[in-house]
Design a protein around this ligand. Structure first.
Ligand SMILES: Cc1cc2nc3c(=O)[nH]c(=O)nc-3n(C[C@H](O)[C@H](O)[C@H](O)COP(=O)(O)OP(=O)(O)OC[C@H]3O[C@@H](n4cnc5c(N)ncnc54)[C@H](O)[C@@H]3O)c2cc1C
Length: 385
């Protein structure tokens, strides 16, 4: 059993295999030098001052020995030779497999115009997060390109240490408007109220600087001084190692059990495009719950167990001490109704399509989550609106 990629999906897959009685050899090849760790804290609590020693590892080192999980850390897979049932690694070695799981996650999208500059970064790894925390602690002026969840969480973390921050977004609203005008406007009010400069419907037209970006001019004419620039404009599956395998590198399409088109090759997590029975297509998700459940789903398939139901699309975000929980497919909605008080941070936003609930955003009401999950569970089955 060979799992390539040592993140959440890989960890869940290994744990579920061992718990289910899998007794074969089990190896995880992990591109980073660390044992599998959790990413959501990287843009949240790990950016707070004093988080220097925090390390969000899933399991202590001893767990891997106790469960006979061999970790090969700090080396990336470079190629799959499916016919030979072999994965080549960047250090020139190769590993054979009977079953292979592609769980290499995603990498941040970048902007080629910023490639030459030294003070530009993205946020995906623990090392990225640590570097960013240092910069924020020094009070550097941060400009963030992209008002998605990661951009907004970093903006909130920057304001928590009084670092000046501006966010530049091409769309009209944060999160691409997916959560509707009411919730988007609340986010805008929160961030502006905390001192974040937010610019929508604009992009960078001019970059000033030599080795470092010194200032940016936006298409709306605004000029921003820059100490550090964070590009947070989404992710793409990290699948270059599959380029000669015949599998698409834009996300490995799988069935509900995580099987790819190649025999004995599975995929899970941000690298996978699991079949969504509700949307009736393969879908890249890019969120925690899906990666966890897909890792477990692949293990169940290998163990010969029935597939679990497809995960409900969901994510959460923490900004200014406010937890935002999201369930379902808000993009399908034709109406949004708010129950509760937006500005009191105590509400449920119901997203409906022809009167039927298709998504919900929950803030300050964690006890509403199980019931809403229940009402939305039909989205994990093969019914279409
Ligand atoms: C900063 C941040 C905050 C987030 N916050 C939230 C949140 O609040 N809520 C939410 O739902 N989701 C959140 N997410 C998303 C969530 O963390 C991911 O969906 C999840 O980590 C995906 O797990 P994965 O195992 O597929 O990929 P990853 O966790 O990315 O793990 C993949 C691993 O594979 C390694 N790898 C890549 N290529 C190779 C190779 N060729 N060979 C070997 N190893 C390789 C990578 O280095 C990495 O260690 C956040 C993500 C980030 C980055």
């Amino acid at each position: 059993m060979l799992i390539v990629g040592g993140g959440l999906a890989a960890q869940r897959c290994a744990e579920t295999l061992r718990r289910g009685g899998f007794e074969g050899r089990l190896r995880i090849v992990c591109g980073e030098q660390y044992r599998p760790y959790d990413r959501p804290p990287l843009s949240k609590e790990l950016l707070a001052p004093g988080a220097d020693e925090a390390f969000p590892l899933f399991r202590p080192a001893a767990w891997y020995g106790e469960h006979a999980v061999e970790l090969i850390a700090g080396v990336r897979a470079s190629e799959l030779d499916h016919e030979a049932r072999r994965v080549e690694l960047a250090d020139g070695s190769a590993l054979h497999f009977d079953h292979l799981v592609a769980a290499t996650g995603a990498r941040p999208r970048t902007l080629p115009d910023f490639a030459p500059y030294a003070n530009v970064s993205t946020l995906r790894t623990l090392d990225d997060s640590r570097r960013l925390r240092e910069l924020l602690g020094e009070g550097r002026r941060l400009v963030i390109i992209g008002a998605g969840f990661i951009g907004l969480e970093v903006a909130a973390a920057a304001r928590a240490v009084d670092a000046p921050v501006a966010v530049v977004e091409l769309a009209r609203q944060p999160l691409n408007g997916v959560l509707g005008a009411e919730v988007s406007d609340l986010l805008v009010r929160l961030h502006r109220g905390a001192g974040v400069e937010l610019f929508f419907e604009t992009e960078v037209s001019e970059i000033d600087g030599g080795e470092r970006v010194e200032a940016l001019t936006l298409t709306n004419g605004v000029r921003l001084d820059v100490d550090h620039l964070l590009v947070a404009i989404g992710i793409v599956p990290d699948l270059a190692w599959l380029s000669s395998s015949g599998l698409p590198t834009s996300g490995v399409p799988t069935d509900l059990g995580g099987r790819s088109a190649l025999p004995d090759v599975y995929a899970a997590g941000d690298a996978a495009a699991f079949y969504d029975p509700f949307l009736e297509r393969h879908a890249l998700i890019g969120h925690w719950e899906a990666a966890s459940r897909q890792g477990a789903a692949v293990a169940r398939t290998i163990l010969g167990e029935d597939p679990a139901p497809a995960p409900l699309s969901s994510f959460w975000s923490d900004q200014y001490g406010m937890r935002i929980q999201y369930l379902g497919h808000a993009a399908l909605a034709d109406e949004v109704t708010i129950e509760g008080e937006l500005d009191a941070r105590d509400f449920v936003a119901h997203y409906t399509r022809a009167g039927q609930l298709v998504a919900a955003v929950i803030v300050g009401r964690p006890r509403a989550v199980p019931e809403l999950r229940d009402r939305l569970s039909y989205l994990t089955e093969g019914m279409s609106v």
